[in-house]
Design a binder for this molecule. Sequence first.
Ligand SMILES: [Fe+2]
Length: 450
Amino acid sequence: MTTEIKEQTGPSIESQIDSEETVSIRVEDLIVGRRINHPIYDAHGVLLLAADSVVNSRFKQLLRDRKMPQVEIHNEDAASVSLGSDTMLDASSQGIFSTELTAKLDRLIESGSMFVANTGPAVRDSMVMHGCKAYDPAQREKLFEQQKQFGESLDGMMRGALTGKPPSGADITGMAASYLTQLTSDADSVISAAVEAGKDESLSQHCLQMSLLGMAIGTELNLDENNVRNIGLCGLVHDWGMVRVQEKIGRGRRQLSPLERMEMQKHPIFSLEMLENVAGIPSVVPVVCYQVHEQPNGLGYPRQRSHKMIHLFARILNVAHSYVSLTSSREDRPALMPYAAMEYLLRLTNDKTIDQGPMRALLNLLSLFPIGSIVILTDGSAARVIRRNKDFYTGPIVQLIQTADGKNVDPLDPDSIIDLNVSDLEIDQALPTPGKDEIDLSSDLFDGQI
Ligand SMILES: [Fe+2]
C-alpha cells in the first residue's frame, strides 16, 4: 500500500474530522512502519492517508511541508502509531469528549452568541498611572501577603471542588474583585508582585498569575469592570481540572509522552465538571475555561476551534498562559528570560498560534523588556524594569540597582528611577534574573513548546 496525500473529500468528512473518536498526535511522534485502520483527514476534510495504509517517512515529510505539527488520529490507531503506548492511562476517561456537558457548550459556541460588549466605562479610564515613581513599599508588602493568602484559599477551593465541597461563586468573585481594585491603583506594581510571587510555580500561583495578567490585558483592550472581573474569575478557576490530571501523571512539568499529553489535554473538561457544582458563577466562565487552550490557528485543544469560534476572554487568557508558561521553569528546561519570552510570543503571532490583539496588549502592558526584567544600560549600570512607558516598548522606566563600577544603588534614592524615554541612556542587553537559571532563545534546552 503506498502512502499518498489525496485532494479528495468524503461525504461525511465534517463528522469525521470533528469526531469524538479522534485525538491529536504530533507528527513527530508518528512511528514509521505502523499501519492505520482508520483514515486520516486534515482540518478541511481532505484525506491525508487512507484506511489500512502504513505510516512512512514520506507521509511525515508531506505533513511537515504542509506545516501540520499534529494530525487527528482515530482513538483505536493512536496507541499503535505513536510513541508511549507503554504508558497507556486510564481508558475509562477516554470518551470524555462526548459528555452532555461539553456538547451543551459546543452548541453554545456554534450559535455564535459569544459577543463581548461593554455596559460601563472602560476600566482603563480610571487607572492611576504613576509615571517615574518607585513602588509604594507598604502596598507591596500587602500585595505579597495577599498573594500568599489567596494562594492558600485557592488551594482549599480546588480541594473542596474535587471532594464534593465546592466553594461559592461569591468567594471566587470576591477574590477577582479585590485584584481588580489593586490593579486599578497601580498595575505595574501588582504585575511585578505577581511575577515574583509566582516563582513557587504551584498550580494556585499559576492561576493567580493568569488571573492578574488576564485582567491587565483586558484593561488594555478597553473592557469594562464587569468584563475584566470575569476574565480574572476565569483565570482563577480555569486550571482546576489539572488537579485530577496531576493525580495520574504528576505535575507534568516535563516532556509528556503522546498518551500523557492526551490525558493532560482533558483538563479543561475536568475543570468544567468541577465548576458544574460551583453555584453563582457567571455563565461565561465555563465557556472560557473550556477554551483557554484553543489556538487561533485551530491547533489547540480540546476542540481545535479557530479564531472566530474562540471567546475573546479565552484568547486573552491563552496569551497570559503562554507568557507565564514560557517564563516558568520545567523539569527538563529552565525558564526563558522575560525578554526572550516576549520575543518568542511576538513570533508566534505570525502563524496565529496566539492571538495578535491580546498579544499587542501584553506588549503595551509589560513592554518589550517586561516589568521585573534585569537590564544593563549603555553606561554599563544594571537596572530593574519597574514600569512600562506608554508606546515606548524599548524604553521603559527602570530603577538602578548597581552602578557600572559595581556599587549598589540605594533603592530609596529618587535619582535611582530613570525614564528611558527622556534619558540619553538605553537598554544594552537583558540579563537573567539573579538567582534564577534563565535561558534565552539560542539555548539548546529551549524546545519551542509552550
Ligand atoms: Fe490549563
